[in-house]
Design a protein around this ligand. Structure first.
Ligand code: HEM
Length: 145
């Protein structure tokens, strides 16, 4: 379950960033409307994955003989701590992405063509790239644990 939630969350972000966004940029307005609908639907999967990852990660941690509360003496504990910090950052960026995608899908964004919407479109791409980089770092830390 822990690994599956990482695959859904990070895989989805990579698909959005590397497959959907470049195609939408070429295709114009109709594709942008579809992208907004897909982004809104995907954020439901993000929250499902985040909760599952937090719950299963905590269970794995508490069941592991290597886990000692507030002791970061060995590599395993330090990597776990770094992964938890990355997880909190990923949730922070997911919140930002979800809020901006709601705004971009709302009438007040004037179809995504006012100043704030232009800024948000740029931020959404930035947040997605940062989240993908953080996710890859977490996967590498997990493999090294
Ligand atoms: C940031 C996102 C995260 C990703 C991408 C991630 C990924 C993974 C992966 C792929 C594994 C399996 C490693 C293996 O079997 O070799 C794993 C194991 C584990 N994860 Fe995560 N994880 C994340 C967040 C967390 C969080 C937030 C916690 C704790 C609350 C956590 C606790 C654990 C534990 C305890 C293990 C087992 C390690 C072991 O058996 O040595 N993970 N994680």
């Amino acid at each position: 379950m822990h690994i599956f939630s990482a695959i859904v969350w990070l895989g989805g972000l990579m698909y959005q960033g590397a497959v959907v966004s470049p195609v939408v940029q070429q295709q114009g307005e109709a594709a942008r409307v579809l992208q907004k609908m897909m982004g809104k639907r995907f954020s439901g999967f993000v929250w499902m994955s985040a909760w599952t990852m937090a719950a299963t990660g905590t269970i794995l941690m508490l069941l592991s003989p290597r886990f000692i509360w507030f002791r970061y003496a060995d590599r395993w504990s330090v990597y776990l701590l770094l992964k938890q910090i990355i997880f909190i950052l990923l949730v922070f960026y997911a919140f930002g992405l979800a809020r901006m995608e709601v705004y971009l899908g709302s009438p007040s964004s004037n179809g995504g063509f006012n100043e704030r919407a232009e800024l948000y479109k740029m931020r959404v791409a930035q947040y997605r790239t940062i989240s993908i980089a953080l996710g890859i770092a977490a996967m590498l830390l997990a493999a090294a644990m």
